[in-house]
Design a protein around this ligand. Structure first.
Ligand code: ADP
Ligand code: MG
Length: 268
């Protein structure tokens, strides 16, 4: 079943044109779905509209036209209570792990914040001891441990900070992670470790991923299916092996030729 359906979605912003304003279309009639348990890779050059699609799915910005359904609920007509519930199920992980972490908060407070915000949810850990146990477990799942509790984000490397981000994203046990260029700011080998962690977490928790990147080899490594965006439009969609072995569009061929292979190994 499709967890996310993006149907003929467009997004435009007003921009200055001469003395007046015009509509600038940055996402143009895009349709795709994300099946429960799969990784959909969304690939395209910088500026092609990938992050805008991500923000619309996360209900951080409305569509200009078309419809997005998550768990069969149309975001545009959902009540605020329903939207709150849906937002818990889809957590973002962005490119810059430092910008996403409050520099004045200790790691323990960062990763337990979602539980404290949802303090009325009986399914989540509450109270000092339970929070510490659950937070230590969360850190172990991203290959860190409780020695991180009392440290601040700046005391960690870029890769470790992205692990902290991922831990926080998992705190509410979401179904879907929206991974927007999650390793683009990291060294290639550090990025490869994060990608392997993401594969492992997906298997362990049955997560669904929207994995956004400008790098075809990265997307190819993780994705079940790939959707290729060019200048706001979806130009090609298909199974990862098909797209990579027999790209139909010149643009997809360029993307495949542009980036070197990743030093990661399929371990399954
Ligand atoms: P990508 O993530 O593929 O690099 P983006 O979705 O960030 O692409 O941006 C696509 C286009 O939309 C760019 O030309 C960008 O300048 C424009 N854009 C994005 N957000 C806004 C905004 N809030 N207002 C106006 N233009 C925007
Ligand atoms: Mg982007």
């Amino acid at each position: 079943m499709a967890l996310v359906e993006v149907e003929s979605v467009s997004k435009s912003y007003p921009r200055r044109a001469g003395l007046g304003m015009e509509e600038h279309t940055v996402v143009n009639c895009v349709s795709f779905s994300i099946e429960a348990g799969e990784t959909l890779g969304l690939v395209g050059e910088s500026g092609s509209g990938k992050s805008t699609v991500a923000r619309m799915i996360l209900a951080l910005t409305p569509v200009s036209s078309g419809a997005i359904r998550v768990d069969e609920v149309n975001l545009a007509s959902a009540s605020s209570a329903t939207l709150r519930k849906l937002r818990r199920q889809m957590q973002p992980v962005f490119q810059d792990p430092f910008a996403a972490l409050n520099p004045r908060m200790k790691v323990f407070d960062i990763i337990t914040e979602p539980w404290r915000i949802h303090r009325n949810d009986p399914d989540l850990p509450h109270g000092g001891a339970a929070l510490r146990t659950a937070a230590a477990e969360l850190l172990r799942q991203v290959s860190l441990d409780e020695s991180a509790f009392n440290r601040f984000p700046h005391e960690f490397s870029g890769g470790q900070r992205q692990r902290i981000n991922i831990a926080r994203a998992l705190a509410l046990r979401p179904k879907l992670l929206i991974l927007d260029e999650p390793v683009s700011a990291l060294d290639v080998s550090v990025g490869a470790q994060i990608v392997n962690l993401l594969r492992q977490l997906q298997r362990e928790f049955g997560l669904t991923y929207l994995f956004i990147s400008h790098s075809m080899p990265l997307v190819r490594y993780l994705a079940t299916r790939i959707a290729v965006m060019e200048k706001g439009r979806l130009v090609e969609t298909g199974y990862a092996e098909e797209i990579c072995s027999a790209p139909q569009q010149a643009y997809t061929q360029q993307l495949l030729a542009a980036t070197p292979e990743l030093p990661v190994h399929r371990d399954s």
